[in-house]
Design a protein around this ligand. Structure first.
Ligand SMILES: *Cc1c(COP(=O)(O)O)cnc(C)c1O
Length: 490
């Protein structure tokens, strides 16, 4: 199947799209005939998560045979999630919560980052590429650990994760610096997340492919610009829908709204892909925290990144430039790549763009949006716990709050809220929301939260502070390139 850039007619097959991550013109890859592809929810009824994943992923990456994809999906997910369904949907009040945090690192990124290493390894084999793939990742916390968990000990790959020294939570840091594996490197940089991200981008630019190829290495990325990371996220929209039909909560064919806590627009875009493939999706509701650039865009048509960046209690959504929105604009404009390239140029150079009326109208047909500040987030955690006995993390709480406002405006459809992290990944905020004074040590706070709520601590987080620290490197923010070159030569 062909994948085309959002900024030109440049196209490659799906295997190359997975390996390259981003197109050479700076655009993002999309399947050229997304609107002609179809996956019927009725055909997936009664199937397991893995069976659904195999069907959906093969629809998007048809270079793989059914047999190959079935084996790959099993390798990615088999026995790795704490719940048998991988992504269970639970009823909370009159709504439903789709729990995406039951994986090895307790964040929703596990769903995609369990599958990406398998897709990369197999794409590489099919293309006859023999170089080692070195994954470079800058992280503000969740992606780094999920990527390490996905790539550790995967043959023919290596991974280096850079995180801001002092810029991640104690739990997130412990998750990364205790990572085992013969191909993993974790390094702190003296700087913030943007410095880490810029350093990694500059390293990609400075290395080009050629000079590393002689050393038998190819660089690649694990972030959500890669189609290999987006595609596995489509699966849980179908899974949740089929679960609601099976539980008699809806009838097959009924439309369902999905409310998505959003940062880089990857998760919610996967919902749009599901809709394109034929899933009966009502509205996709984009939930933002105080960094409400997407709420403004989806209600006015004007995207303006020139605003104050807020550090919030839902840090994984603290983002002002949502990369995957570019894909949505391309699709909503009917593939007008010249227009999209223009908007992206304006975003880069001026810091804003306004989409034309037709495009805006098309976005509004599919999307609704809302935002929620930090106080409201905490109040929502408390309210959801007190009213329904359901404990949610800060990111999920943003979505729960936005869902309430969305429903108050009126909808006939049932509403599913995507839950993206375990409350134990952000225990200080969650415990404070319940009105208790958190201890200084975050691991002690986890125990306080358990004592208060009896919600079990996920296995991977319990006992993390007893594990040996394996990674202690700290480097200046401008040394990322040198550091990578040294690792590559080692
Ligand atoms: C990454 C992340 C998000 C945002 O997802 P996007 O695909 O970037 O929109 C939301 N919540 C949590 C906990 C995350 O880790």
């Amino acid at each position: 199947m062909l994948y085309q850039s959002t900024r030109s007619t440049h196209s490659v097959n799906s295997l190359q799209a997975i390996l390259e991550g981003i197109a050479p013109d700076g655009g993002l890859y999309l399947p050229t005939d997304l609107n002609n592809l179809s996956v019927k929810a009725e055909d997936l009824m009664g199937k397991s998560f893995e069976e659904m994943a195999a069907t959906i992923l093969r629809t998007l990456f048809d270079e793989f045979t059914e047999e190959e994809m079935t084996e790959m999906v099993h390798r990615a997910y088999g026995g790795k999630f704490e719940t048998e369904d991988v992504t269970p949907t639970v009823k909370v009040g009159e709504d439903y919560v789709l729990e995406l945090f039951r994986g090895p690192t307790s964040a929703f990124k596990d769903v995609a980052l369990s599958m990406l290493p398998v897709l990369i390894t197999e794409a590489k084999k099919k293309l006859g590429i023999t170089e080692k793939i070195m994954i470079l990742t800058a992280t503000s916390g969740d992606t780094g650990k999920a990527a390490l968990e996905g790539f550790h000990d995967v043959d023919g790959t290596g991974i280096i994760v850079f995180y801001p020294n002092g810029g991640v939570s104690a739990v997130q840091k412990a998750q990364m610096v205790t990572q085992e594996g013969n191909n993993v490197t974790v390094c702190a940089i003296d700087g913030n997340f943007d410095d880490a991200q810029t350093g990694v981008k500059n390293t990609f630019a400075a290395c080009g492919d050629k000079d590393l190829k002689s050393k038998g290495v190819m660089l690649s990325s694990a972030n959500s610009i890669n189609m290999g990371r987006l595609a596995p996220q489509i699966v849980y929209y179908y899974k949740s829908y089929c679960d609601l039909v099976a539980a008699d909560e809806i009838k097959m064919g009924d439309t369902v709204n999905f409310v998505v806590p959003t940062g880089n627009f990857g998760d919610i875009l996967a919902g749009y892909f599901a809709k394109c493939l034929g899933l009966p999706v009502g509205k996709l509701v984009c939930a933002s925290n105080q960094n409400d650039v997407l709420t403004e865009f989806l209600t006015t048509g004007r995207y303006d990144r020139r605003r104050t960046f807020h550090r919030t209690n839902s840090p994984s959504m603290d983002i002002l430039v949502s990369s995957n929105l570019e894909r949505m604009l391309y699709l909503a404009s009917g593939g007008d790549y010249a227009k999209i390239a223009g908007y992206m140029k304006d975003l880069n150079q001026i810091g804003e763009y306004t989409v034309d009326e037709a495009l805006f109208a098309s976005l509004q047909e599919t999307f609704a949006a809302g935002c929620c500040d930090q106080e409201q987030t905490l109040a929502c955690i408390k309210d959801t716990y007190t009213t329904y006995g359901y404990l949610c993390d800060t990111h999920t709480a943003v979505a729960v709050d936005v869902a309430k406002a969305f429903k108050a405006r009126g909808t006939q459809d049932k509403t599913v809220i995507l839950s993206t992290a375990s409350p134990y990944k952000f225990p200080v905020a969650v415990l404070s929301a319940l009105g208790e004074e958190p201890a200084e040590d975050e691991f002690a706070v986890m125990e306080q939260l358990y004592a208060r709520t009896n919600v079990p601590v996920p296995q991977n987080l319990a006992g993390l502070n007893q594990k040996p620290v394996l990674h202690t490197d700290v480097i200046p923010k401008d040394s990322i390139l040198d550091y990578v070159l040294k690792k590559v030569e080692a």
